[in-house]
Write a protein that binds this ligand. Sequence first.
Ligand code: FEO
Length: 406
Amino acid sequence: MQNVRLVTDDLYWVGADEHRLHLFENVHPIPRGVSYNSYLLLDKKTVLFDTVDWAGCRQFLENIEYVLNGRPLDYLLINHLEPDHAASIDEILVRHPETTVISNEKAFMIMHQFGFHIDGEDRTFEVKEGDTFCFGDHTVTFVGAPMVHWPEAMVTLDLTNGVLFSADGFGSFGALNGKLFADEVDFDKDWLDDARRYLTNIVGKYGPHVQLLLGKAGGVLDKIKIICPLHGPVWRKDLLYFIDKYDKWSRYEPEEKGVLIIYASMYGNTEATAMKLGSNLSQKGFNNFSVYDVSSNHVSYLISETFKYSHIVIASVTYNLGIFPPVLDYLEHMKALNLQKRSFAVIENGSWAPKAGDLIEAFLNDELKEMTVLSGRVTVNSSLNESSERELDELADSLIESVTET
Ligand code: FEO
């Protein structure tokens, strides 16, 4: 059974939702699923923009045949080669021997590497940035988006109606469940966290490349009316709201002046310390903070929240005279994703040789960029006592002062 949505006039969403995959890229949990978006334009020529993951192929094929309604598929335009979008290329080419594939040189190279059967130059048409291609009433142009999120990635702008096919850009985790447009959902409440988690974990490392793309988009911003990403909702209203989020995330600027408390606790005493810090902050009238147990939250959530907040408190036990492994994993992820420009406070716990504080501060200072470590580290020996409780209260004051003045 077909399940398509009209995007505008002669453009259809023909993608598919994914609800059965637990880990996106076999790494990131997606409890709300994910969508693989593909779009089909019915101009004088018919054009399919990208395909879907193999998991969504059956629905995708039914959607295409329904929208084509007997017409040939003239073109398959590929903006991004990662298999969550490109896996079904072969299936399209087998079913539609009339189809010509449009993409760029690097994308065709990667298609060959994956073994896609695009044999013969008569089935391919190579384009480069700035080229235009006319399908009848619609003329599109191509803009390179290298490393957003692979080197071959490009975006395609329909100059006729202002539709931007943005590849992974402006995407989000989360299945659509029928609600295609961002204005059909409460995006701030139900989608923003997953959109941030998607962007920061998948493309976070390539902030400068996202900035480059946003710079190019800035030059034609007045022409962009609809953003069609390869994951998540389509944007036809309030485009600047989401563009501004992408701008902040890719500049590593926090969205909010607030505090993220991440704790690592083996027997509950460091957890109790983190809870006490939360109480102190709230008692002082400061409530814009979130608390996460590093052991029971996947690191992708911690990374997303670290991109969100200006200040982070790491409260950690010492383990084998080193950093508690899940905390070290969190720090390594920050480094891999190029996360920067945050302020940290450190709480350490150790029953006989507390070492975590020194090691965490060294990592923040030596391995990451533009991180500030606030003074006033709190050391807990086994459990809070009168002295460390007083230090914890002073840390709450320092955090509030620092958040307020940034
Ligand atoms: Fe959604 Fe980079 O693929």
